[in-house]
Write a protein that binds this ligand. Structure first.
Ligand code: SF4
Length: 504
């Protein structure tokens, strides 16, 4: 639907963002996978008249008063094309008279998922948009077009053709809600009643397909906090819905939970500005009933002075633990005496049993879930070796869905998993992932607590296999004393503190 063009003359109503040379070399616009694609361009009555005058068959318009053009099979390839498209020259036959819908591309006008708010965003099917996500030109153009679309003249034009506002598309990066246009179309003042959805404050849901985008932003941080990784975030998706946006050339990740919206990571980009941080807090405040919910989590120590200088309140959150892999495998010296004893005891107790450490397979899912339930009962007070603490119980409840997500999606998340079989039965499992060059993160581990030494054995043997990594990252202690003691008992080579920033 974009500006594929044959001739250079332009008397368009809207300025164009993308250079013609790029469009002429691209094969995305004006082509559609299905005949009844909801993305087929919308023509108003006047635009239909002009298109017919320039040779488009009237039969392609089901309703002469306005509607989506009927697509035709691609003459040389699979799929469908707009009848005004000339595949021979990769251009639009009516370019100077193409409809507003096409002039807007790669911007997209659409409803939010609840159909309450009109949103303006960039269609990420456009390769130019994907390449320019962090350019000010893209956002400057978006802002100027948003202002134009909120003008009286445009509101009148769009109001007469509400079909120009498409259904919600999840591959559109949301830029901003169009409040005047929304009010004109719905007859209802915005900002009244229910809290807005994250989409309605300009946030885009984070999809699995966004992993490359997220990981590309990590080049801007040197932190070793484990929260700065896709698997560590995604295992919590049952509790947190993630959204993102780009503000002042910073990738900003938000998480929505039952209490409101917060940022699980600080903004990531080339140069962090106080304006970017202010905009982040404004977005959160617009969604949260209580401003105290608005916060940026997982700042590392190096970032604290920057956020401190912005007048934010900084508090420590949790600690994270890193180890030399070699030390965890060898377990030599007095300080590892207990761990060594535990491993030896496990091996001795089961010298006549077939003990195997094996790669986790999808077919192990049910056995691992059953083991998790047993392990949870052992810890939460309903089993014989329970710890019976309220905070542990709450953490275990939350952990259940994270474990299930890891077990079910280990391939998609890029996790390496191992199970321990004892006499053919799974008694322990562990998962982790490559985090940074030379660092492997152990994400989770479950070992039957009634089997002496199993946990120490599983950890040591998993680390033994990770010979390509000098450092093992055991992640955070969730603020729990018991976990902290367990992680300290392995003698970390480095302890990192994460911080939370809030407004005063
Ligand atoms: S009218 Fe022109 S620009 Fe719009 S979809 Fe058809 S061929 Fe493409």
């Amino acid at each position: 639907m974009g500006p594929s063009k044959i001739n250079a003359r332009s008397d368009l109503a809207l300025p164009q963002l993308i250079p013609s040379s790029r469009c002429l070399a691209c094969d995305v616009c004006c082509r559609f996978p299905e005949k009844d694609s909801p993305l087929a361009p919308y023509f108003t009555a006047e635009e239909i008249r002009r298109a017919i005058e320039r040779g488009v068959s009237p039969e392609r318009f089901a309703d002469p008063n306005g509607g989506r053009i009927e697509l035709i099979p691609h003459p040389y390839s699979e799929g469908y094309v707009c009848p005004a498209f000339d595949p021979a020259v990769n251009g639009c036959r009516i370019y100077d008279h193409r409809p507003l819908d096409c002039q807007l591309f790669p911007l997209a006008l659409m409803w939010d998922p609840c159909r309450r708010t009109v949103l303006l965003g960039y269609d990420r099917k456009c390769p130019f948009v994907l390449e320019s996500l962090f350019s000010e030109a893209l956002f400057g153009y978006g802002r100027s077009m948003a202002a134009r679309l909120e003008s009286d003249e445009m509101i009148k034009r769009l109001g007469a053709h509400p079909g120009l506002i498409g259904a919600y598309q999840d591959d559109v990066m949301i830029l901003t809600p169009l409040t005047r246009l929304t009010e004109a179309l719905t007859g209802r003042p915005t900002g009244m009643g229910a809290r807005p959805s994250p989409e309605a404050v300009g946030l885009t849901p984070l999809a699995d397909a966004d992993r490359p985008l997220f990981e590309s932003t990590l080049k801007w941080t040197r932190t070793e906090l484990s929260s700065h990784s896709w698997p560590a975030l995604m295992v919590w998706k049952d509790h947190l819905q993630y959204y993102w946006t780009i503000l002042d050339r910073q990738f900003c990740l938000f998480a929505r939970y039952v209490d409101g919206l917060f940022m699980p990571l600080p903004p990531m980009g080339e140069t962090l500005t106080p304006e970017a941080v202010r905009h982040c807090f404004d977005r959160m405040d617009s969604m949260n009933t209580y401003p105290a919910i608005s916060r940026i989590e997982n700042l590392d120590g190096e970032q604290v002075p920057t956020f401190d200088a912005m007048g934010l309140v900084i508090k420590p959150k949790e600690q994270e633990y890193l180890y030399e892999r070699d030390a965890l495998v060898r377990l030599t010296g007095d300080r590892y005496k207990t761990k060594r004893w535990a491993c030896n005891r496990f091996v001795r107790d089961h010298r006549n049993d077939p003990v195997r450490l094996e790669p986790y397979r999808s077919s192990d899912l049910d056995d691992c879930l059953e083991l998790f339930d047993r392990w949870k009962k052992q810890q939460d007070g309903s089993g014989p070796s329970s710890t019976n603490r309220e905070e542990d119980r709450m953490m275990l409840e939350d952990a259940a869905s994270a474990h299930r997500r890891a077990l079910e999606n280990f391939t998609a998340l890029g996790l390496t998993g191992r199970v321990v079989r004892l006499g053919g039965k799974i008694v322990g499992y562990t998962f982790g992932y490559p985090f940074r060059p030379g660092i492997f993160c152990v994400l989770l581990e479950v070992a039957d607590r009634e089997i002496t030494g199993l946990s120490a054995y599983l950890y040591r043997e998993f680390c033994r296999e990770l010979s390509g990594y000098a450092t093992i990252h055991a992640m955070d202690d969730s603020g729990l004393e018991r976990l902290r003691a367990a992680k300290l008992s392995y003698h970390p080579s480095k302890i990192l503190t994460s911080y939370i920033a809030t407004r005063p």
